[in-house]
Design a binder for this molecule. Structure first.
Ligand code: FAD
Ligand code: SIN
Length: 530
């Protein structure tokens, strides 16, 4: 079955939805999304969106904070673009209907790690949910947009599908859309479009403990990689320092905004240990705080550290963090009276599909925005709350580029439908669940907060076996959601390990005991894989 539109958007988080709303003024839009439409990393965002709003703040401060958090690997031109265009994009979100929290002076501005000023625009501690609500309300009312829920994209359609396996020049690859599995009907559909937008988010599910919901399996990065796009900086996986200990899977986040509000990180002895690691204490950038917690836990043998809010005004805590308050209460923790046990968990994929300042990838007709992309903004460590911001700034820039560009309106007519002849409905589904779990466990144990050549090489040997096994299984088996995700998770694990082995220094989120120092002479550059 073929479905044609001007624009195909893969993903319904902030990046996909904000892009779709904008390009719907230029043509028809099909949004495919693998679960229910609100299910995305966006929907769980707590802290908010960073932007220079206060008169006490300045673009230069936000630019410097971003550069510093990113260990100076951020592309300064990109940082300047995102920071200076940010406030306008926040106003647009307000116009779309997002209800951000206000105080007597206007927007209430929170603070998070690595920020020198209060600049986090938020909707209590449920910012992402409010953004999804408002964007989806507009999307459902738009006559040019159709959303396909429970549709998981398998692969991008490129010349490879038209001309077979002969070696194509990387410069001549064009994307014509994607093959997508309709999970409910169990049929693979061919979505064709002159412009395809990858907005599939990150890959936290590669790790055993993550804040990311189950959708975050790195599908977009894997699809783009298989299609021949350039991928960069995959070694920089951000671990959020504070997730509720033993809260299940995915791990429940205790927002950094809680520390911005005055919470103190303590070890089991009650020490405010962060003071020993960084002058900014608990509000140091995330890589530093997560590594400090890791060190404390390894040194003491304890299972968690604690967030202490007991000295803060209880009513204020409840009104600023209603969601965190309620969720902790379910675990019999009253955050106004009890210490909150916390541990780090995988949170954000800083690397991804390389794009230029307009969201254009190295494949013609293919754009990427949001967490799936590598714009150069985050460098070696993303500054808190710069992610939602990056998504709206790049969605807008991609739309502007498309609007001013002469579009190729010709959709390839001879694209073959999905061919699964020769494949069977396997009875070995245990392979999928076992290998998914094995990838998550080995990435957590060997490719986590602190790395070494020995651990990375051990992980690589095991991933190679899994990659081969999955490849063979995929060739002879009818696709399912689980198999599609496993194929992508194994690809992502491989990309992360290869990038981590390539960088022979420690910078930002990549810390290895074999090269514990920063090496600006040789390594002030991105790692890339094609
Ligand atoms: P997502 O919001 O993850 O959306 C991806 C979409 O793609 C989903 O709809 C998914 O179903 C779909 N998809 C994926 N693969 C496929 C496929 N194969 N086929 C079809 N559809 C597919 N950032 C901030 O800036 N501020 C915060 O306060 C903040 N808090 C966070 C809290 C949590 C708990 C988490 C997990 C992240 C947080 N982040 C925060 C990070 C931020 O939420 C994400 O980086 C951002 O929302 C990514 O948006 P996105 O649109 O790129 O991807
Ligand atoms: C948080 O609220 O701590 C998450 C913010 C972010 O990931 O940017």
């Amino acid at each position: 079955m073929k479905i044609e539109s001007d624009f195909l958007v893969i993903g319904s988080g902030i990046a996909g939805l904000s892009f779709a709303l904008k390009v719907a003024e230029l043509g028809t839009v099909a949004i495919v999304t693998k679960k229910e439409k609100a299910e995305s990393n966006t929907n769980y965002a707590q802290g908010g969106i960073a932007a220079v709003i206060s008169t006490r703040d300045a673009f230069e401060h936000h630019i410097n904070d971003t550069m510093k958090a990113g260990a100076y690997l951020c592309h300064r031109d990109v940082v300047e673009i995102v920071v200076t265009e940010g406030p306008e994009r926040i106003n647009e979100l307000i116009e779309v209907g997002v209800q951000f929290t206000k105080n007597n002076d206007g927007l209430d501005l929170g603070k998070e790690g690595g920020h020198s000023h209060h600049r986090i625009v938020h909707a209590a501690d449920l910012t992402g949910k409010e953004i999804e609500r408002a964007l989806l309300a507009k999307i459902s009312a738009h006559p040019n947009i159709r959303v396909y829920e429970n549709h998981i994209s398998i692969d991008l359609i490129t010349e490879h599908h038209l001309f077979g396996n002969e070696k194509l020049s990387k410069d001549s690859i064009h994307c014509w859309g994607a093959y997508v599995l309709d999970v409910e009907q169990n049929v693979v559909k061919t979505f064709l479009a002159t412009t395809t937008m990858l907005a599939t988010g990150g890959a936290g599910q590669v790790y055993l403990h993550t804040t990311n919901p189950v959708i975050a399996t790195g599908d977009g990065i894997a699809m783009a990689y298989r299609a021949g796009a350039e991928i960069a900086n995959m070694e920089f996986i951000q671990f959020h320092p504070t997730t509720l200990y033993n809260s299940g899977s995915p791990s429940f986040l205790i927002s950094e905004a809680v520390r911005g509000f005055g919470a103190i990180l303590r070890n089991k002895k009650g020490e405010d240990f962060m003071k020993r690691y960084d002058p900014q204490g608990a509000l140091a950038p995330r890589d530093i705080v997560a590594r400090a917690i890791d060190t404390e836990l390894k040194r003491s043998g304890d299972e968690c550290v604690f967030l202490d809010l007991k000295h803060l005004n209880a009513e204020s805590v409840r009104s600023h963090f209603p969601n965190i308050y309620e969720r902790c209460l379910k675990h019999s923790i009253d955050i106004t009276k009890d210490l909150i046990p916390v541990v780090p968990a995988a949170h954000y994929t800083c690397g991804g599909v390389i794009v230029d300042t307009n969201g254009t990838t190295s494949i013609s007709g293919l754009y990427a925005v949001g967490e799936v992309s590598m714009t150069g903004l985050h460098g070696a460590n993303r500054l808190a709350s710069n992610s939602l911001l990056e998504a709206v700034v790049f969605s807008h820039r991609a739309m502007e580029t498309i609007r001013h560009k002469e579009r190729n309106t010709m959709v390839a007519k001879n694209i073959p439908d999905w061919d699964d002849s020769g494949t069977i409905n396997s009875e070995e589904w245990v392979l999928v669940s076992h290998n998914r779990r094995e990838i998550q466990q080995l990435m957590w144990d060997y490719v986590g907060i602190v790395r070494s050549n020995h651990r990375l090489e051990r992980a690589q040997r095991r991933i190679k076996l899994i990659l081969d096994e999955v490849k063979n299984f995929y060739k002879r088996t009818k696709v399912t959601e689980g198999l599609i995700e496993l194929r992508n998770l194994s690809c992502l694990a491989d990309l992360i390990i290869r990038s981590a082995l390539e960088r022979k220094e420690s910078r930002g989120l990549h810390f290895t005991t074999d090269y514990p120092n920063l090496d600006d002479t040789n390594w002030l550059k991105d790692t890339s894989i094609t």
